[in-house]
Design a protein around this ligand. Structure first.
Ligand code: KIV
Ligand code: NA
Length: 270
């Protein structure tokens, strides 16, 4: 199967209408990518791996090296989906040149098709700079978790008129700059609907209502594998319980000396 392309995904939205919603999940490892790939249009190597994989308190400490290592694993494990890698905090904000240096390194070291970066109008120049130099960029507006130290919490954004207006303006700015799609995170439904109606590129919502051109969830959240489950997450499985039960069974059998059993023994040839 040929891998989907960014122009093909961008082209799903025609004259403001996306007939086939864009399906996105996060992936951080090769095996996870392999299992998700046939069902998705895009796999996002999110910097949420900071919390989900590394137990960090936020995505702020995540490094370019972490994103490159996990990005390469996800590309190796997938054949069909477009793979996009989050640019980590501190790797792109200083200047368009810094962003190009970091983004080009991610693409060269992983084989991913594009990058995602957080921010609105302040990042428009950077998005245009990258796009003009061959690096497709996915925007990310609304709740931007890398700004946690400014925001003070992960609650929804755009609850008052002024903030809702600012988010819409940010979305227009990154769309005008040439992003091929944008994530809208943690906003009220009218804000998501206004953005989706206003920008030509597809919008991908998380905690942003069905009024988007696609949806993304953190895979561990929807598998029931992460402790924290925000309101916008639907649990499609309870993998944490499955793992706990398997570990308990194993521990009990080792303690009872019933594992390994006959079936797990190597035998001599004769
Ligand atoms: O890091 C991440 O997983 C993300 C998605 C939640 C959009 O940015
Ligand atoms: Na992210």
């Amino acid at each position: 199967m040929k891998r989907l392309t960014i122009p093909a995904l961008r082209g799903r939205k025609v004259d403001g209408v996306t007939a086939e919603p864009i399906v996105v999940l996060t992936a951080y490892t090769a095996r996870q990518a392999q299992l998700l790939d046939p069902h998705c249009d895009m796999l996002l190597v999110g910097d949420s791996l900071g919390q989900v994989i590394y137990g960090l308190p936020s995505s702020v400490p995540v490094t370019l090296e972490m994103m490159a290592a996990h990005g390469a694993a996800v590309v190796r494990g997938s054949y069909h989906s477009v793979v996009i890698i989050d640019m980590p905090f501190g790797s792109y904000e200083a200047s368009p040149a810094q962003a190009f240096e970091s983004a080009s390194r991610l693409l060269k070291e992983t084989g991913a098709a594009g990058v995602k970066l957080e921010g609105g109008a302040a990042m428009a120049e950077t998005i245009a700079f990258l796009a003009a130099r061959g690096i497709p960029v996915c925007g990310h507006v609304g709740l931007t978790p890398q700004a946690i130290n400014m925001l003070g919490g992960y609650g929804p954004r755009g609850k008052d008129e002024a903030e809702a207006h600012k988010i819409l303006e940010d979305a227009r700015a990154v769309a005008d700059a040439g992003c091929f799609a944008m994530v809208i995170e943690g906003v009220l439904e009218p804000v998501a609907a206004a953005i989706t109606g206003a920008v030509p590129c597809p919008t991908i919502g998380i905690g942003a209502s069905p009024r988007c051109d696609g949806q993304v969830l953190v895979t561990e959240d929807m598998l029931g594998l992460f402790e924290r489950t925000p309101r916008f997450v639907k649990r499609y499985a309870d993998i944490a319980a499955t793992i706990g039960e398997a570990a308990a069974d194993y521990a009990a059998e080792v303690r009872a000396r019933s594992f390994p059993g006959d079936d797990q023994l190597y035998r001599s040839k004769k």
